[in-house]
Design a protein around this ligand. Structure first.
Ligand SMILES: [Zn+2]
Ligand SMILES: [Zn+2]
Length: 638
């Protein structure tokens, strides 16, 4: 799902909102931060009908308040008849059990407040600050980039961050020789001798006042191995809300992920190596949530599972390589009129404020510079620090590049000079976009994948050489027309591209700046079976590329196959490329009505002309250029 209001609305049906009975106005708690001895919990008065915060939010009239009071008196009177004195006493100190135990998987047992580290540390990993390297635009933007993201577990550190708690059949794997370039992961193992494995990753995030926003997105990258198996739907990503510095549990939101894994195994198997295990890929899981009360000051994030039922200890794990939490902006639409009464406001962006950049692109200017003059000498530059201001409109308002513009140059990759990298280096400007006029979007990309990749050069069974190339940092510039034009003389590839309808090499770019190729490597060899578990590999000139649906392109590329897939990139003719789904569990490749043509292209009112990727079905990405292509896209990079 991309970050869209419509998406949020449909998703909200998956969330379970549970109100606790004891929500109280915030009280000063001098014991902060998180002392072991806690003050007695806030009191709940028997007979109360609505929690105080709800009365605030609802803005009751004096008359309603009086009626409510009368109702409460009646309820109290009835309760006094029903309950014993002892029970009434008990009720005044009643606290709900930890919502995770009650509502989701994890280690059983009562949770008394939060089990917090003595010195709560900022979860934002400091590795993110390292390495300042902005060769394209020497802009003082790294700080802004940092502030945009709350990276809880970036998988960069050799040690587990202190604030992250692991329980049960869950194991931290420091940098290891993995199948992929993944410096560190957490493994949730669904195999145990009693066929009932369970465990969780838990993390406390105190919200700093400047972080207090209305909407948040929680996302992580995970990969379910082929034998990861649960006997029920119980792999759950959950956010619990707390007030009073993390001592007072309120409610929370959660999302069940196991059905998504089963769905991918079923529907994406053909996207894997030799048409198998296409669901066994690194993938972004995410959901968005809105803080319902202003007094929330702490979030508890949990990814947990139970009922692990893998009979085989091999390939029985679910790997997590990073978890992210960050505030997002929302667009104001009729579907999303924020309720009055909350003091947490990052007000939604009113559509009238947006500046039209051309085509389907819009820009939300900062409040202090509401107008904008764009010219070749004064281009609008979009990078990781402001990508959430760049909107694409296709029925939804989305920020396709948000979170996709940075990458890590991994140990073992080659840098731009061709030297092998010996220490992971953060690249804040892997993708940078320029708007100079209303005609073109100019994309500068270093082509470093922002997701796990297999280890290249690749050695197979006993040192036999597979792909001998490296993944390397490059500098490319692409020109994408904002209003793509149909080419009346367009031709599509035949079965072997013998008509050279598509060039060898790049044919478009994904929203993370990595290039798409046609289905063939040199000598017309079908390349679609030789990809890593992110569906890419490097070419002889050390350029990482995709020949087919790149399942693990990073969020906001999250696709649950419940609706039309999100945008994943552009062909060099400027026409958008979407993921595989046309509608819920219906792939565009299987359409009978409005079927894709030989270019993998079709038209609808909302998306205009657009390409779809077609897992397991030739031509996999695009079948040819439907529109006119700017020849500059085929120039060699610097
Ligand atoms: Zn290739
Ligand atoms: Zn479509």
């Amino acid at each position: 799902m991309q970050r869209t209001i419509f998406g949020i609305l449909t998703l909200s049906s998956l969330f379970i909102f549970f109100l606790t009975i004891e929500a109280q106005p915030p009280q000063e708690n001098k014991d902060f931060p998180f002392s072991k001895e806690k003050k007695s919990p806030p009191k709940f008065k028997p007979g109360m009908v609505l929690p105080p915060f709800a009365m605030e939010v609802l803005e009751l009239t004096p008359e309603q308040r009086t009626k409510l009071k009368m109702l409460e008196n009646k309820v109290s009177a009835e309760l006094n008849k029903i309950l014993s004195k002892e029970q009434l006493n008990q009720m005044t100190t009643l606290r709900p059990k930890g919502s995770f135990e009650k509502n989701g998987p994890g280690i059983p047992g009562e949770r008394k407040g939060l089990n917090l580290p003595d010195q709560p540390s900022n979860p934002i990993n400091s590795d993110y600050n390292k390495s300042i390297n902005l060769p394209i635009f020497q802009r003082d933007n790294l700080e802004k980039v940092q502030n945009k993201f709350g990276i809880i577990f970036p998988g960069e550190s050799k040690n587990l961050p202190k604030s992250l708690k692991l329980q049960g059949n869950v194991e931290f794997k420091p940098p290891i020789q993995f199948k992929e370039f993944v410096p560190a992961t957490i493994a949730l193992d669904s195999h145990s001798s009693n066929l009932s494995a369970s465990g969780s990753i838990r993390f406390i995030h105190p919200l700093k006042s400047e972080e207090k926003k209305r909407w948040y997105r929680i996302s992580f990258r995970g990969m379910a191995e082929r034998n990861f198996n649960l006997s029920s739907d119980s792999l759950t990503l959950q956010v619990n809300y707390f007030s009073q510095k993390g001592t007072n549990p309120l409610d929370g939101v959660k999302k069940e992920l196991y059905p998504l894994i089963l769905k991918d195994r079923k529907e994406l198997a053909v996207n894997g190596l030799w048409n198998q295990n296409g669901g066994e890929v690194w993938k972004t899981f995410a959901f968005e949530f809105r803080l319902p009360f202003p007094e929330i000051d702490t979030l508890e994030i949990q990814l947990g599972f139970k009922n692990g039922h893998a009979k085989n200890a091999l390939y029985s794990k679910f790997y997590v390589s990073e978890i992210r939490l960050y505030p997002i902006e929302s667009m104001e639409t009729k579907q999303n009129n924020p309720k009055k009464g909350s003091s947490i406001v990052s007000d939604p962006v009113p559509i009238e404020r947006l500046i039209h950049l051309g085509g389907r692109w819009y820009y939300n200017p900062p409040t202090n510079t509401p107008s904008l003059t764009i010219s070749p000498t004064n281009p609008l530059i979009i990078d990781a620090s402001n990508a959430n201001r760049l909107f694409y409109k296709d029925g939804n308002w989305t920020n396709p590049f948000y979170e996709n513009m940075t990458a890590w140059l991994r140990t073992g990759y080659l840098d731009i000079q061709g030297n092998q990298v010996s220490k992971d280096r953060f690249i804040p400007d892997n993708v940078v976009i320029e708007f100079r006029d209303k005609q073109m979007m100019i994309v500068h990309a270093k082509n470093i994948p922002n997701h796990p990749t297999a280890q290249f050069p690749e050695y197979r069974n006993g040192g036999k050489m597979g792909n001998p190339s490296y993944i390397q940092e490059h500098n490319y510039t692409y020109y994408l027309p904002l209003a793509p034009k149909r080419n009346p003389n367009a031709i599509a590839m035949d079965k072997t591209n013998s008509n050279r309808a598509l060039p060898m090499g790049s044919t478009g770019i994904a929203i993370n700046g990595v290039v798409f190729y046609n289905p063939f490597d040199a000598d017309n060899f079908d390349a679609t079976n030789l990809m890593d578990r992110c569906c890419g590999h490097p070419s002889p000139d050390n350029r990482y590329h995709y020949h087919k649906y790149p399942v693990c392109v990073k969020s906001p590329f999250v696709d649950e196959g419940m609706t039309h897939s999100p945008l994943i990139g552009f062909a060099f003719d400027g026409f958008p490329i979407y993921g595989p789904y046309e509608a819920k569990s219906l792939m565009a490749k299987d359409l009978k009505k409005n079927a894709l043509n030989e270019f993998n292209m079709h038209y609808d009112e909302v998306h205009g002309w657009h390409y779809h990727v077609t897992p397991g079905k030739y031509p996999y990405i695009i079948g040819g250029y439907w529109g006119e292509v700017d020849r500059r896209n085929f120039r060699k990079g610097r």
